[in-house]
Design a protein around this ligand. Sequence first.
Ligand SMILES: NC(=O)c1ccc[n+]([C@@H]2O[C@H](COP(=O)([O-])OP(=O)(O)OC[C@H]3O[C@@H](n4cnc5c(N)ncnc54)[C@H](OP(=O)(O)O)[C@@H]3O)[C@@H](O)[C@H]2O)c1
Length: 267
Amino acid sequence: MVKRLAEMGVTVVLTARDEDKGRKAIEKLKTELTHINTNNIHFLCLDVSDPSSIASFVSSFNQHFGLLHILVNNAAVSFNDIGENSVEHAETVIKTNFYGAKLLTEALFPLFCLSSPNTFRLLNISSRLGSTNKLKNPIIRKILEKDDVTEEEVDGMVRLFLEDVKRGQWRSRGWPDLWTDYAVSKLAMNAYTKILAKRYEGKGLSANCFCPGYTQTSMTRGKGTHTADDVARVGTKLALLPPPDLPTGKFFIIGAHNTSVIIHARL
Ligand SMILES: NC(=O)c1ccc[n+]([C@@H]2O[C@H](COP(=O)([O-])OP(=O)(O)OC[C@H]3O[C@@H](n4cnc5c(N)ncnc54)[C@H](OP(=O)(O)O)[C@@H]3O)[C@@H](O)[C@H]2O)c1
């Protein structure tokens, strides 16, 4: 998405927890993007699972750029191969995928440009594995599907899952069957995005989630029905939707076999 956004003339800050990897990614992008001015692509170090890294990132961002118009929360981990379902790293998965995105969003909030017509765009990269229809626990499902679900309820749901993991009861408590810890992190992300969308409706913030579908990346060990490049094009289009079409509180889901099919669901 960094590449596609830069091609669209957007000033982009690529982040990575590993400084070396991040700088190499920037160098690679600069050699590929010979047709545009690449001075608008920047790098800052960020480990979303570490609050002190978030704080120093936000401070550097503020110093160099001041205002932010688009935030794409893409960072995530899963420690399972396709077909596996271990929750050995559940805490890290929740801390990175949900709390990483949430804490970063909160820390950057004072820098969000919320003034009309420059509606601020928050695009959280999520997953259909975190759809509420994957939950078999009717009580938790009902809570997450409420229009007025609260942050406390979402945090409570996440805590309950981690307690079930500790007690070894997570298999019998109606949590999603596939990549359970990852799915719970995305359930929480979707619900949090819905809360933000509702809270800032009409106040200059558009908050949506996007599930790229089964995509060929490190997370899937290169397997998938879509290429990262095709999916990045769609993500970029969603991040840059013009104001009249810019929705909020949506879950965009890419078609299982065709990246030109995008389903719009309510979060
Ligand atoms: N691939 C799929 O089929 C699929 C399907 C649905 C949703 N998604 C979502 O798409 C997004 C991108 O995933 P991907 O498929 O591109 O997987 P990926 O190749 O593993 O990319 C995940 C990225 O997150 C970064 N990251 C992990 N932990 C981090 C941390 N603590 N701080 C900062 N960055 C961190 C990783 O950095 P390192 O390089 O340092 O590890 C990596 O660059 C994720 O949100 C994922 O849940 C993917």
